[in-house]
Design a protein around this ligand. Sequence first.
Ligand SMILES: [Mg+2]
Length: 126
Amino acid sequence: MPPYELTEKEWDQQLFDRKTGLATMLGWNTWHVLRPKGSPAGLPDRLCWRDRIIYVELKREKGKLSDAQVRVLTALARAGGETYVWFPADLEAARDVLQARSFQHDNPSRWLAAGCRMDQLTEAAA
Ligand SMILES: [Mg+2]
């Protein structure tokens, strides 16, 4: 299926399915908010840990970050959290991050604080 047609759930399964997800096969453990009620608004979809911790917000290809997501993701990144927003078209970048054994400082485009999709961040924060 072309990446732009994936729903967020299908995109999530591609990465985090408990048997066949890419992250699962690469040894990552993940947790996600099943019931957002009672949780702070804007928490990223996935908290993942293996040799390090990463925070991942997933979006369908035309998805937009909410203001609360921008606030939380930016705060996590500024606090030193390795924080990503991944769209289906980012599969290759996501694979690189998930395969890496340490944070790759040489690729700022994958780092929310420096990159994310700045157009979306700017729109959402405006
Ligand atoms: Mg999401």
